[in-house]
Write a protein that binds this ligand. Structure first.
Ligand code: NAD
Ligand code: TDX
Length: 336
């Protein structure tokens, strides 16, 4: 089987490629990534010499390069996206281009070449907000109600993917997953930002009062969910994916990270809230009942593994950390 993975030098894509190549030594895999600020070639240093792996530097919006790669593809696993909500609030244009137009260009070529499966990696953010009660959860039947330019662009891409399934018979599947964390995540995102701040002796910036809910899933569990859907999922279906704990308030997560470092609440700094700040929690009973997937990592075990990884891999994150904090400083200046 030949896979075309898009965005494989980002956080989840790089974890997926490592996992897939180790579990499917009979498959060939091409990684198409145009190396935005979010990519890090070092994330896949260990697989570069694998004869079944090939990296192609290119943009999913580039019709020509996509047309070159698609004829030898059986499965597309589509991760490539602009993925950071705060950046989408600052400048939505790239989110429309990459997440909507880029997905369309892949779909058009996949359809023309009659590939066997187009798997779209999407997010729970398309559903909007569950309110403040963690007992409310998103499921596959929740209506779309995106709040940020990021989630609106992902919602649009989901609709295009489904429309290509219905109109052109493209064999599609979609996963809508909750917040991931783990090794190789860009330090602009909350968990690595917290960990790298503490390593540097800086406080943790908490938006608003820290009361928003997120449903955390260790990245390896997400990659295994995608593998499960590729191998056992029903064409045309959507599967919601989430963590063992359901919604966790940001402030409770912060306290858990602080306790791993042996630090107290004086390391918290409350800062201005994000506009349209949602709450998320996911009901993943469909993928469990129908395909047998469930998470292996608890939040406790996943957080410990993640802190250990960032402590041992400073050279991987140091430059990205500098750039991320420059972005946040610029954002703060714009908001005053
Ligand atoms: P990321 O930002 O870490 O990585 C994105 C990757 O895509 C980068 O390597 C980047 O260079 C590449 N890319 C961006 N634009 C491209 C383009 N035009 N052409 C080719 N490559 C391009 O993202 P991530 O956190 O790994 O997320 C991957 C996917 O999973 C996204 O589609 C995201 O919406 C979805 N998702 C993420 C999470 C999460 O918590 N991170 C949760 C659910 C779903
Ligand atoms: O410094 C911070 N302080 C803070 O309180 C940052 C960066 C975030 N937060 C809060 C905002 C959110 O409630 O933490 C929570 C998590 O924020 P992010 O890491 O920015 O993730 P989120 O906006 O929830 O989106 C993530 O999960 C869903 C990914 O970035 C998306 O790509 C994915 O679709």
């Amino acid at each position: 089987m030949n896979l075309l993975v898009t965005g494989g030098l980002g956080f989840i894509g790089s974890n997926f490629i490592r996992l897939w190549l180790s579990r499917h030594p009979d498959c060939r895999l091409v990684n198409l990534d145009n190396l935005t600020y979010a990519a890090n070639p070092d994330s896949l240093k260990d697989v570069q010499s694998n004869p079944n792996y090939r990296f192609v530097k290119g943009d999913i919006c580039d019709d020509k390069i996509v047309q070159q790669l698609m004829p030898s593809t059986d499965f597309v696993v589509h991760f490539a996206a602009e993925s950071h909500v705060d950046r989408s609030i600052n400048d939505p244009y790239l989110f429309v281009k990459t997440n909507v137009l880029g997905t369309y260009i892949l779909l058009k070529s996949a359809s023309k070449n009659q590939i066997k499966r187009f798997h779209h990696v999407s997010t729970d953010e398309v559903f909007g907000s569950i309110g403040t009660e963690s007992k409310n959860q998103f499921s596959e039947s929740t209506p779309y109600d995106p709040s940020s330019p990021y989630s609106a662009s992902k919602a649009a891409s989901d609709h295009f993917v489904r429309s290509f399934g219905k109109t052109f018979g493209l064999p599609i599947t979609i996963t809508n997953c909750s917040n991931n964390y783990g090794p190789y995540q860009h330090p602009e995102k909350f968990i690595p930002r917290m960990i790298t701040n503490l390593i540097d002796g800086h406080k943790i910036p908490v938006y608003g009062q820290g009361l928003n809910l997120r449903d955390w899933l260790y990245v390896e569990d997400h990659c295994l969910a995608i593998e499960t859907v590729l191998l056992k999922g029903k064409v045309g279906e959507t599967y919601c994916v989430g963590g063992l704990k359901g919604g966790t308030r940001n402030i409770d997560l912060v306290k858990q990270v602080l306790s791993i470092f042996g630090l107290d609440d004086s390391w918290i700094e409350y800062v201005a809230d994000r506009p349209a700040h949602d709450n998320y929690s996911v009901d993943w009973s469909k993928i469990k009942t129908e395909l047998g997937w469930e998470p292996k990592f608890t939040l406790e075990s996943g957080l410990k593994a993640t802190v250990d990884w960032y402590r041992s891999n400073e050279t991987w994150w140091r430059l990205a950390k500098k750039e991320a904090e420059e972005f946040y400083t610029k954002l703060k200046a714009l908001s005053v």
